[in-house]
Design a protein. Structure first.
Length: 340
């Protein structure tokens, strides 16, 4: 990539570091300068010296000119009788990097560990000063995050299968009452023709054709295990053309404001996965009997939250506080009157 920058510079010093001088200079300028922070000629020379590279001023001038010719936006400006140099336009603006950080930290399907790794790499695209601004945005700890580290490789393999027009196979798991991964259908292998990926409700979903049931179905990518790309060609193209992804992505309610309250909910054991998906693995399960468990969570009690509870039907019951129970009763009465 930078081979053009070496031309004419290999004879200006000896040693490996000297030959890489202009690359080290670019690294220094990208890391230590931006529109609000510049470096003097002497500061550049001192930074290069820290890498074991000794240079004269005329050599630095020549290298700066070469970087400008290469396309790097190196700007020199006088301030208080001193010239300062900095990199102006970059590949990404600070506002764009903040947007990327926001996306990574808010994505539930990205694990906490991977979120920190990705954000650290994004910081490397800014100066060290702008990187501090990005770090102040990071609030990963405590967020509900996926625990399946293989999701990134799953997504990559699914894209590969789509581009190769190939089927995939995988095992699918669900959470049990002990918060353990439990393979569905005794470890059955799902053979699916992948057609699209959808990111909805902070989760990645595969939209694919299931040859066994002859229909389009969706699967959570973070619940797939041992995913493999197969040699068999995809099926179900005509069915996928009729599938409305936009309509599909509207199914899950968003986040709405409401008064925060500590709510006690009792669930049937088969809804353990639903609870973990909504509140994360950190939520405490209290056993009620062999078929039910209870949780206590602080939630913003909006009509959307109450609608989520009602949608689970007989599988869930709000046991406290009485004010929330009363609101559910009123909603039930309103619905009953509307459809009487």
């Amino acid at each position: 990539m930078f081979h053009q920058l070496f031309a004419g510079y290999l004879d200006m010093g000896t040693g490996r570091n000297q030959r890489l001088r202009i690359l080290y200079m670019l690294k220094i300028l990208l890391k230590k300068t931006d529109d609000s922070h510049g470096m003097t000629m002497q500061e550049i020379i001192d930074e290069l010296d820290a890498y074991g590279i000794t240079v004269e001023r005329k050599t630095v001038y020549a290298d700066l000119e070469a970087l400008q010719h290469y396309g790097v936006d190196v700007i020199g400006a006088r301030q208080d009788n001193t010239y300062y140099y900095h990199v102006g336009a970059r590949e990404f603006e600070l506002a764009e990097l903040k947007l990327l950080v926001d996306s990574v930290q808010s994505a539930k399907f990205i694990t906490e560990k991977k979120s920190r790794q990705l954000i650290k790499k994004i910081e490397g695209l800014a100066s060290e000063y702008e990187g501090q601004q990005l770090q102040r945005q990071v609030y990963v700890t405590g967020r509900i995050k996926a625990s399946n580290e293989f999701i990134y490789y799953n997504v990559d393999k699914i894209h590969e299968a789509i581009s190769r027009n190939s089927k995939i196979r995988f095992q699918y798991f669900q959470w049990n009452i002990k918060k353990q991964q439990e393979l569905r259908h005794n470890g059955k292998w799902y053979c699916i023709s992948p057609w699209a990926l959808s990111w909805d409700d902070e989760n990645y979903y595969l939209i694919g054709y299931d040859q066994e049931v002859k229909e389009i179905r969706h699967y959570r990518v973070d619940k797939m295990l041992e995913l493999e790309v197969m040699r068999e060609k995809r099926e179900g193209g005509e069915d996928f053309c009729k599938f409305d992804i936009t309509d599909y992505t509207k199914k899950i309610f968003g986040m709405f404001d409401g008064e925060e309250e500590l709510v006690t909910l009792q669930f049937e054991n088969n809804l353990a996965g639903v609870v973990i998906d909504r509140f994360g693995r950190g939520v405490t399960f209290f056993s009620v009997d062999e078929n039910h468990f209870e949780i206590k969570v602080k939630v913003a009690v909006s009509r959307q939250f109450l609608g989520w509870v009602i949608a689970l039907g007989d599988g869930v019951e709000v046991t406290s506080p009485e004010s929330v129970i009363e609101r559910i009763r009123k909603i039930g009465e309103e619905i009953g009157q509307k459809y009487s």
